[in-house]
Design a protein. Sequence first.
Length: 591
Amino acid sequence: MEMSKAELASAAAVTGGQTQELMGAEVLVKALQAEGVKYVWGYPGGAVLYIYDAFYKQDTIQHVLVRHEQAAVHAADGYARATGDVGVALVTSGPGLTNAVTGIATAYMDSIPMVIISGQVPTAAIGLDAFQECDTVGITRPIVKHNFLVKDPKDLALTMKKAFHIARSGRPGPVVVDVPKDVSFKKVTYSGYPEKVEMRSYNPVRKGHGGQIRKALQLLLNAKRPYIYTGGGVLLGNATNELRTLVDMLGYPVTNTLMGLGAYPASDRKFLGMLGMHGTIEANNAMQNCDVLLAVGARFDDRVIGNPKHFAQNERKIIHIDIDPSSISKRVKVDIPIVGDVKDVLTELISMIRESTTRPDAGALASWWDTIEGWRSKDCLKYDRGNKDVIKPQRVIETLWNMTKDTDTYITSDVGQHQMWAAQYYRFDEPRRWINSGGLGTMGVGIPYAMGIKLAKPDSEVFCVTGEGSVQMCIQELSTCLQYNTPIKIVSLNNRYLGMVRQWQEIEYSGRYSHSYMDALPNFVKLAEAYGHVGMLIERPQDVEPALREARKLKDRTVFMDFRTDPTENVFPMVKAGMGITEMLLGSEDL
Ligand SMILES: Cc1cc2nc3c(=O)[nH]c(=O)nc-3n(C[C@H](O)[C@H](O)[C@H](O)COP(=O)(O)OP(=O)(O)OC[C@H]3O[C@@H](n4cnc5c(N)ncnc54)[C@H](O)[C@@H]3O)c2cc1C
Ligand SMILES: Cc1ncc(C[n+]2csc(CCOP(=O)(O)OP(=O)(O)O)c2C)c(N)n1
Ligand SMILES: [Mg+2]
């Protein structure tokens, strides 16, 4: 059942233009239809049964029954990251909501547009320690862009309109709508979904200040060592074309944060790789040594700038484009703040460059590029490629990239070493193809992200790169993958360790491996089979490529590939805690 947004919206209209008497739950479903929602990931319970009943009576929205509420939110979040639409999840009161908290916080930290509908005990019971009651508004307040408790069914339609508007506008983020059971049960006169919404206190700025953009232009065109540092905001603002145009016009070096990978094509020479704690030498050195830095939709995260005192040692002028004024000069003081939507601001900047008679200083730029090429020639991502005894995790990712680079492919990951290797060795050339948790760093997102994406993109290949630790945090969703026929390919880099923890213990705790070795792992091949899928065990380097090839052939099946990788491998480069971003460890010889 594939419905267009227009068909969905018409399902939401009031029959014959008349008003209708509807239950709150039915109004809620109409609201979702009017918003063009195609999928809702959820899990039922007492407080949401009227809402589930309303779902039963409609056939435009597909509800996906997950196996744990955390995964409902992650799946809807993955869908939102890949499509740009608002992801929607539905959970019951009490434990349903508390299970969803990790998912909500994950989306919040990465600014992902979502609406999470939670059931609540009846209004009269709120505050009375009712069965499955929890203070949803209180619990979620620090991890949402906004939240609502709907006390009257008459407010439902407008509240939903506001929730979607807040979630997707400005700096996106998750919005929780808490619906008491009686509010979903009571009847109300429905006269259609509001066409627009006005909130006097909420008006995000889209257009940047012309004077500030002009100042930025002057700085940029007069730079001797310019650098463009871009982040998740470019993807969230769908501004990759504008970014590419800008970089091509100027010929300046560019880097992406972990959240921004794909905003600029990784295979282009002007791309220096990811920067930060596990960034490349050339990306980090350029950050430290540039004289003008253009930050675009990136928030100077601590994993990106390292020790702030070290970062401040070199003088550079900073221009920062961000839609959220509170993101500007939060961690690093900037010289030219530009509050606005990245697409609007870049468009204006590009047209000013076109009109300007000033051109970048070609001589200075050539010598800056020479310096950068010197750094790049150190080839900091080299590893023991020819090893025939043990599978190097980097090799799995490189092989995957080589095989899939000409196909529309989505890569999700969990959190740990495998995540960093995926970010370093898979070259993302397109936006919204790299889906991972950066800000919260939530283990367990990989499978739910992949299944959320596969539903929306059935013709694309979806791989989940994971570790044997992370994958067990939402492994139950293999069952959901079977029920809803979302065939994903799981690439588990099984090093028998909580590898990222082990790496820190090796480097920062003198090799005291406290509780980072995981014994008694399940037989993942049998586990995959028990869930109705295909399992594969890959132990030798020469089997990596054939295994991936075979798995890809099984288009309609979910395949779990258990790659036994080198348990001692570490992620390099690495900036240790408290160090500056150019003080990198490049390999085990530096330990
Ligand atoms: C194990 C691990 C290791 C990590 N190592 C690294 C690392 O080495 N390097 C690295 O980069 N990260 C790393 N991270 C991720 C890091 O923690 C941060 O999540 C990441 O650096 C933040 O990326 P960002 O600055 O692009 O911000 P995001 O969180 O993507 O924020 C986006 C910014 O853009 C703004 N914005 C949103 N929409 C718009 C719009 N339309 N217009 C304008 N602005 C907009 C927002 O207000 C926000 O300020 C690591 C994470 C983990 C879990
Ligand atoms: C929910 C959660 N708990 C704990 C952590 C801390 N943590 C970060 S990476 C990591 C190890 C991950 O192990 P695995 O999935 O096997 O990946 P590897 O690092 O071995 O590739 C841990 C425990 C986390 N990020 N998320
Ligand atoms: Mg591991």
